[in-house]
Design a protein around this ligand. Structure first.
Ligand SMILES: *Cc1c(COP(=O)(O)O)cnc(C)c1O
Length: 411
């Protein structure tokens, strides 16, 4: 008899987005003429940069000739892309990363979900609350999280509340944790961490021999000076942190698929008897077994992003989204709402008015203004009383949404 991995049965299901779709569909079936604006999506909408399109066309032609045809790519990525990553994303910021410390992949979602395979099941994980669900769910499937409680928390996960009270920066856990997931600029709150605060985490991890899993998928959206783009800007981080990056939000690759992670050579984790092992080697071995690389065509498209013209083109798109973010932020502030994020990230995290619950506000916004957003509580218990709007819509629908907040929402 084939038994299943029963950890999979513990997952509460994709409640959040299924529930949103259900409520929107129910509303639309009763109000067929309503023009619903969706500011709930976490997906980009603008087309790829022209440099990427041109590079991919050329790469397709390479595949058509025996002299330039490519078969299986290297597991860790083509050297032409890794060199650009090292030079533009790191060296320009004064960070030295070796070519064998970068692993190109098909997504930061898969990387952040898969990385836990390198760690023992007895590790205690810590996550911010609210959180990008992938970090938690991948650990649930592995059997690392204990039982799911009625409070919406797993019994063996340390939750670190991020609310207006602490400016959405987590406090160091009282318990000794082994794996720490941090994402800054943050999805869903859109908030950042300062170098001083991030240094506290690096020091904590150094002291406790913990590993920080640092997701900087929104690094390109940082507009303010002094906000760290990489955890390796912090001294000592190479000994304690893995960094995840993606071309998804940076260059519109959500449907094209390319990302990478950095695992420094000096980063170790330990056996039960205290023997140090390089996570870089373990990940290389893991990828060689389970992953056959990112397509040549896509890696050429990603490489093009690093040209001068490419950087200019992706910046234009990022500015398009960030102008949307500013329109939402300023519009809602004018209406007296308490608004966070939207300065260094394409997410606006608002405090629901009058102490309304996240879902209560969702219903009100849908019914009165025909706008769809994401209830904060869907990202974790500390998201209750908050609501996420994204800047990934069109300019036109973003402007109309803000207008409706003022003219149709009864607050
Ligand atoms: C969008 C997003 C990513 C990127 O995922 P890909 O698989 O590379 O598309 C990673 N982390 C967070 C928090 C995100 O919101």
């Amino acid at each position: 008899m084939a038994h299943i991995n029963e950890n999979h049965l513990k997952l509460p299901g994709n409640y959040l987005f299924a529930e949103i779709a259900k409520r929107v569909n129910a509303y639309k079936s009763e109000h067929s003429d309503a023009k619903v604006i969706r500011l709930g999506i976490g997906d980009v909408t603008r087309p790829l940069a022209q440099v990427t399109i041109d590079a991919m066309h050329k790469a397709v032609d390479d595949m058509a000739h025996v002299e330039t045809f490519k078969g299986y790519p290297e597991y860790e990525g083509y050297d032409f892309l890794i060199q650009k990553i090292i030079e533009v994303d790191y060296l320009k910021r004064g960070i030295k990363i070796g070519t064998d410390e970068v692993f190109v992949s098909d997504g930061a979602k898969s990387d952040t979900a898969n990385i836990q395979e390198l760690f023992g099941l007895d590790n205690l994980i810590a996550v911010t609350d609210p959180v990008y669900p992938v970090y938690v769910d991948s650990n649930v499937m592995a059997g690392r999280t204990g039982e799911y409680g009625t409070d919406g928390k797993w019994s063996k996960v340390v939750y670190m509340p991020c609310t207006a009270e602490n400016n959405f920066v987590p406090a160091l856990p009282k318990a000794k944790v082994d794996m720490i997931y941090l994402c800054f600029p943050n999805n869903p709150t859109g908030m950042t961490i300062s170098k001083t605060e991030l240094k506290k985490w690096v020091d904590y991890a150094t002291e406790n021999k913990s590993i920080i899993l640092f997701d900087s998928a929104y690094e390109a959206y940082i507009h303010e000076d002094g906000v760290p783009h990489s955890i390796y800007e912090i001294e000592g981080a190479k000994e304690v942190a893995i960094e995840f990056r993606s071309f998804s939000k940076t260059a519109g690759f959500t449907g094209t698929r390319c990302a990478y992670c950095v695992i420094p050579k000096e980063l170790n984790a330990y056996t039960a008897t205290g023997e140090a092992h390089s996570l870089n080697r373990l990940w290389y071995r893991r990828q060689a077994t389970k992953f056959n690389g990112v397509s040549y065509i896509v890696q050429r498209g990603a490489e093009a992003v690093y040209s001068e013209e490419g950087q200019k083109q992706i910046r234009e798109t990022i500015e398009y989204y960030m102008t949307n973010a500013r329109i939402i932020r300023e519009g809602l502030v004018k209406l007296g709402l308490k608004v966070f994020g939207g300065v260094n990230a394409p997410y606006i995290w608002l405090k629901t008015p009058d102490g309304m619950g996240s879902w209560e506000f969702f219903n009100k916004l849908l019914n009165e203004a025909n706008i769809v957003g994401t209830p904060g509580v869907g990202f974790g218990p500390s998201g209750e009383g908050y609501f996420r709007l994204t800047a990934f819509g069109s300019r036109e629908s973003t402007e109309e949404a803000v207008e409706r907040f003022g003219s149709r929402l009864n607050i």
